[in-house]
Unconditional design. Structure first.
Length: 250
């Protein structure tokens, strides 16, 4: 049975340093390297020490490649300082935790989940964002301004309308132009018309719905000056009970 004793050796670490280290948003490998460096420096009453990657690998059980990656991240986060690189890397702990470039782990009120990610999770998140960026389609330059125009017109009717993801909105405008062969000018005309219409202004609240109903909107707008009555069951996706538009309305 293991029974370590301070008589066999101990390391003096300031309590405040340990508290800040415990809250630092580091990955598991980074914590292992920090503890190993504490042992090799402060454990021997040294400010810094030349520590080979092999020694750190033996102390932590991490592969050499993982040791090197973790050290690079810790140096970037300024929790470790490299004072010499050859022939053996010389490492020093940054005692001034206010200089650390790390987020702190905190619990959101009423929650058991962390509101921050570990270093490894952050790296994974960045990789996913890059993949997402590569998959993102190249939209026509007119698409986003038209999506913004629709949102602006909706805001005129409902000032409490929440800001949508305009990039997603722009994808439907892009398809409306490229796939449905609708011109940007015609799309803007239909947007202005539908957002001035008593019925359509409450139904066309996103670009997806605009695209789905565009033909019906176009036909109604160009039929008798946009005042012709249209039956609800002639329009897919709107639902029953569509009231006709008042013929006498200017």
């Amino acid at each position: 049975m293991a029974n370590p004793q301070t008589a066999d050796g101990f390391t003096v670490v300031a309590s405040k340093y340990l508290e800040e280290l415990a809250k630092a948003n580091l990955s598991g490998a980074e914590y292992q390297i920090m503890l190993a460096v504490i042992r090799k420096t402060w454990g021997w009453k040294k400010k810094r020490d030349q520590i080979s990657y092999g020694q750190l690998s033996e102390l932590t059980g991490l592969p050499r490649r993982s040791v090197i990656r973790a050290i690079k991240r810790l140096v970037t986060k300024r929790t470790l300082v490299v004072t010499k690189r050859t022939p053996v890397i010389c490492l020093e702990l940054q005692k001034d935790y206010e200089k650390w470039l790390v987020t702190k782990r905190t619990l959101a009120k009423g929650s058991d989940q962390m509101d921050t990610k570990s270093g490894d999770q952050m790296d994974t998140h960045k990789r996913k964002e890059k993949i997402k960026e590569r998959k993102r389609p190249n939209l026509l330059p007119e698409a986003l301004p038209i999506a913004e125009h629709l949102f602006a017109r909706i805001k005129e009717n409902d000032s409490k309308m929440n800001q949508p993801n305009l990039e997603n909105w722009a994808t439907h405008i892009d398809r409306l132009i490229r796939l449905d062969n609708r011109s940007p000018e015609d799309i803007r005309r239909v947007i202005d018309w539908c957002q001035s219409d008593d019925f359509w202004r409450s139904n066309i609240l996103c670009t997806e719905k605009l695209r789905k109903q565009f033909q019906a909107l176009w036909l109604q707008m160009n039929s008798n000056g946009g005042r012709k009555q249209v039956r609800a069951n002639d329009l897919s996706g709107i639902g029953a009970g569509f009231p006709g538009v008042d013929q006498s309305r200017a």
